[in-house]
Design a protein around this ligand. Structure first.
Ligand SMILES: C[S@@+](CC[C@H](N)C(=O)[O-])C[C@H]1O[C@@H](n2cnc3c(N)ncnc32)[C@H](O)[C@@H]1O
Length: 345
C-alpha cells in the first residue's frame, strides 16, 4: 500500500479550494433543459429527479454503471442490497425514464455483476434489443473461504432498434501471435512482425481480460470505490458512437464516461448525486483537456495488458520514421522519448 507521500502514488485528490472551484461548474436543473445547456456538463443531482428534465431523443449512447445489488457506501450515500425482484423494480424505475431521452438509433451498455445480471437482462428485454453480454475480468477481488472469488463483471449491450452504430475496426485488439502460421507462399497469415514482435489485430470478443482496475499508481485513479478503467469505457464509446455524438452516464461516479468521451471527441453529459464525486469528474475533465492519453489504448489500437515494452518499441520505431523538425518548428523532446514518457507516465 502506498503512503500519501509516495511519489509513485498518482491518485487524483481534491483540496477544499478545488471543491469550491469545481462546484461552481456543476449544473442542477430545476426544469426542462435543452441539449446545449447540458452538453459537456456534469449534473449534480439525483438521477431520478433529473432524467425527466433532459431533452427528448437527444442521446446517442448510454453508459450506465449503477450501484450493483450490494450494500455499498458511496461517500455520503449508501446503496442497500435488496431482493432480486426489488432490484429489478429499481432498475426499471430509471430505465423507463431513459427511453424518452434516447435516439431511435441509440446504443446502451449497462454494467452489473453476476447477482444483478438477471435483473438487468429482465428489465432491458422489456425496453431494448439485447445483443450481448460482455464479461470482463477484474483482477481485484476479495478471496472467500467458502465460495469462488468473484473476479468478473458484466456489461449488457443493447440498442433501441436494428439501426445502430458498431465500429468494429475501431476496437481491435493488438495481440502477440503464439502460432505464426504462413501460407503456401511463406507469407504470414493475418499477422505482421513489428520491432521483432509478431502481432495480430483481432476482433474483440465478449470476454475482456486485458483490463486493470484503477489503483494508486495509475494516473486515472481516484478515491471512488468502484471506478471503471478508462480503457474499458473507451472500447464502448469507440464501438458504439461517432465523433460529436452525445454520450450520457446517469451514474457518473468519478467521471470516467465523460472523461473518455472528451478524450475521444464525443459530447457528453453525466449525472451524479454526490458533490465530491462530481468535483473529481470536473478535475479529471480539466486534466483531459491537457492530456488525452488513455492507458492501454495507443496509436488507434487496444494493447494487451502489460504490453508497455511492445508499445514503447512501437513508439520508438514510428518516431524514427517521423521527419526531423525544422528551424521554423520549435523542437519538442525527441518524439520517441516523448511517447515513451506518455506511455509510462
Ligand atoms: C458504480 S458507481 C459509478 C462509477 C463510475 N462508473 C466511475 O468510473 O467512477 C455508481 C455511482 O452512482 C451514484 N448514484 C447512486 N444513486 C444515484 C442516483 N439516484 N442519482 C445519481 N447518482 C447516483 C453513486 O454516488 C456512485 O458514484
Amino acid at each position: 500500500m502506498a503512503t500519501s507521500g509516495s511519489t509513485r502514488n498518482k491518485t487524483i485528490t481534491l483540496s477544499d479550494n478545488e471543491i469550491d472551484i469545481y462546484s461552481r461548474r456543476l449544473l442542477t436543473p430545476d426544469g426542462p433543459v435543452d441539449r446545449k445547456q447540458i452538453q459537456d456538463r456534469t449534473i449534480c443531482q439525483d438521477a431520478f429527479q433529473c432524467l425527466r428534465w433532459l431533452p427528448e431523443a437527444s442521446v446517442d449512447l448510454l453508459i450506465a454503471d449503477p450501484p450493483y445489488n450490494l450494500t455499498k457506501a458511496f461517500n455520503t450515500h449508501t446503496f442497500n442490497k435488496r431482493s432480486g425482484a426489488d432490484y429489478s423494480d429499481w432498475l426499471e424505475s430509471w430505465i423507463k425514464e431513459l427511453v424518452r431521452v434516447l435516439k431511435p438509433e441509440a446504443s446502451m451498455y449497462i454494467c452489473g455483476d453476476w447477482r444483478s445480471s438477471p435483473s438487468i437482462h429482465d428489465v432491458c428485454s422489456r425496453y431494448f434489443k439485447i445483443h450481448n453480454r460482455i464479461t470482463w475480468e477484474r483482477e481485484k477481488g476479495r478471496g472467500s473461504k467458502k465460495n469462488w472469488k468473484n473476479n468478473s463483471e458484466d456489461i449488457w449491450y443493447c440498442t433501441m432498434s436494428n439501426d445502430f452504430t458498431f465500429n468494429v475496426d475501431a476496437v481491435k485488439l493488438k495481440r502477440r501471435v503464439i502460432a505464426p502460421y504462413r501460407d503456401a507462399a511463406g507469407k504470414p497469415k493475418d499477422w505482421e512482425t513489428q520491432n521483432s514482435v509478431n502481432t495480430r489485430l483481432t476482433h474483440p470478443s465478449n470476454i475482456w481480460t486485458d483490463l486493470t482496475v484503477p489503483f494508486w499508481s495509475m494516473p486515472e485513479n481516484t478515491e471512488h470505490p468502484t471506478q471503471k478503467p478508462e480503457k474499458l469505457v473507451a472500447r464502448l464509446i469507440l464501438a458504439s458512437s461517432n465523433p460529436g455524438d452525445m454520450v450520457l452516464d446517469p451514474f457518473l461516479g468519478s467521471g470516467t464516461t465523460s472523461v473518455v468521451a472528451k478524450k475521444l471527441g464525443r459530447r457528453f453529459v453525466g449525472i451524479e448525486m454526490d458533490r465530491r464525486y462530481c468535483c473529481l469528474a470536473e478535475k479529471r475533465l480539466e486534466m483531459a483537456a491537457a492530456n488525452s492519453r488513455i492507458q492501454g489504448y495507443y496509436d488507434g489500437v487496444f494493447w494487451e495488458r502489460n504490453s508497455g515494452d511492445q508499445q514503447a518499441r512501437h513508439a520508438t520505431a514510428s518516431a524514427a520514421a517521423e521527419p526531423p523538425s525544422t528551424p521554423e518548428s520549435p523542437s519538442p523532446p525527441p518524439a520517441g522519448r516523448r511517447r515513451q514518457q506518455e506511455l509510462f507516465s
